[in-house]
Structure formats: structure tokens, C-alpha cells
Design a protein around this ligand. Structure first.
Ligand code: C5J
Length: 235
């Protein structure tokens, strides 16, 4: 049973400056840690990407997920994907690029990026627990076409710890959407991943630039050191 979450402010060293948040009003957002993006043969690879680059995100994100659960932070998982009849897939998204398999085509883990398929679901290492929100989104941003805002409002959330893939696409879009809606977002540099090292670096720089134009950036160790946890869990 998680302890009562402290309402006092906690400060984490971050770019462009310390990020202060109340654990009682903070949620962990895990963006699209789906087999289709992380495993060979999934959607990410059909687009020509080296999916091995995303694997490094899993161990630090597992540690952050465990700490969030111990502290009692709400955990929200998202999955990008579409209805089996593809009625929510814009034709422009469907025909985009030259992937070896398109959304809806049969692939090694079922139909590519289709809800209910094995590949659409979250990797085993980060599997949601009963009671954690799993939000299916048709777009890149987690607020678009979802009830994320209602979920956050109902839980009194004001700050988000943002993790997942990919840094420059779904993470960035979500952080920008969150910023426009008045949320303060802390992005964990080692818990977000990109297929492109330069996009990872620049994507993070863009968030923290101009005094934190979209949010703040730190790493998982800094967050874990600052997060107040029940004494037994922190040792
Ligand atoms: C992409 C995502 N890259 N989750 N989706 O298409 O970033």
C-alpha cells in the first residue's frame, strides 16, 4: 500500500534550473514503450530505424517506474495505435514515407500499430499494473484524441515526469501539448530515446532552451535521489 504522497515541494537539479514539484501533484508519464517501437520487426524498424538504440531506455525507466509506484505517483502509460478497422487512421499518416510494412499490415507481432495486437502493447519489462491508466492515442501527442487532460485533472496533477519514446516525436509533441495546457514537465534524459543520436541531444536541448521554453531536463539518478520514498523502499 503506497504511503500518502507528500504535498511539500521537492527540488531536482535540472536544466535550465532546479525543477520544483509536489509529489502529491505529480504523475509519471510513460510514452509509447511498445513492442512496435522497440523490437526488431516492429513499426520502428519498418521505417528503416535501428531499434536497438531504444533498448538503453528500459533499465533506468524500470527504476523510475518502481520508485513512482513506491511513492504512489500516478503512472500513466500511453500507446500509439489505431482501431482494427483503421477508421481513426488519417490517410495522410497511412501513406506517409516508404516503410516496408504500413500501419495495419500483418507483421511479426500482429498487425502493425493496431490496438489489441501483440506488437501494439507495452514491453514486458514495463508492463502496466492493474489500476494504472493505459491511454490509447491515435496521434503523436498524448493529449490529442484522448482524455488525458480529464485524467490529470481528476487526480489533481500539475507536474509531469515524462519518459518514453521517441524523444523528438511523441515525447516532444506531448511535452509541447502539456506546456500549452499549463503543466510543468520534467523530461528524464536517460529515460527517453531516439533512433537518431543527434535528435536525442538536440531534442533535449530544445526543451530546456530559452529558460525552459517547453520544460526541464534532468536524468533518472537526479530524480531518484530527490524523490521522497518510504524508508524501506529507498534502501
Ligand atoms: C513515432 C513515437 N516515432 N512514439 N512515434 O512515430 O514517437
Amino acid at each position: 500500500m503506497p504511503e500518502e504522497r507528500p504535498d511539500t515541494l521537492v527540488s531536482v537539479p535540472a536544466r535550465p534550473g532546479a525543477f520544483s514539484f509536489a509529489p502529491a501533484r505529480t504523475a509519471l508519464l510513460i510514452i509509447d514503450m511498445q513492442r512496435d517501437f522497440l523490437l526488431p520487426g516492429g513499426f520502428g524498424e519498418t521505417l528503416g530505424n535501428d531499434v536497438g538504440r531504444l533498448a538503453a531506455v528500459v533499465p533506468p525507466l524500470q527504476r523510475v517506474l518502481a520508485a513512482a509506484r513506491e511513492t504512489g505517483l500516478p503512472v500513466i502509460h500511453t500507446r500509439e495505435g489505431h482501431r482494427p478497422d483503421l477508421s481513426d487512421l488519417p490517410p495522410a499518416k497511412h501513406r506517409r514515407g516508404k516503410p516496408s510494412l504500413r500501419i495495419g499490415d500483418p507483421g511479426p507481432y500482429g498487425r502493425i500499430l493496431v490496438r489489441g495486437e501483440y506488437g501494439h502493447d507495452i514491453v514486458d519489462e514495463l508492463a502496466p499494473l492493474p489500476g494504472e491508466v493505459v491511454l490509447d492515442k491515435p496521434g503523436k501527442g498524448a493529449f490529442y484524441g484522448t482524455d488525458l487532460e480529464e485524467v490529470l485533472r481528476a487526480q489533481g496533477v500539475e507536474s509531469l515526469v515524462v519518459t518514453g519514446v521517441t524523444t523528438e516525436v511523441c515525447v516532444h509533441t506531448t511535452v509541447r501539448e502539456a506546456n500549452d495546457r499549463g503543466y510543468e514537465a520534467l523530461v528524464l534524459s536517460d529515460c527517453v530515446g531516439s533512433y537518431f543520436p543527434e535528435f536525442q541531444r538536440v531534442g533535449l536541448d530544445m526543451i530546456a532552451a530559452q529558460g525552459g521554453i517547453f520544460g526541464w531536463v534532468t536524468d533518472s539518478a537526479s530524480l531518484l535521489a530527490a524523490l521522497p520514498r518510504p524508508a524501506a523502499a529507498a534502501v
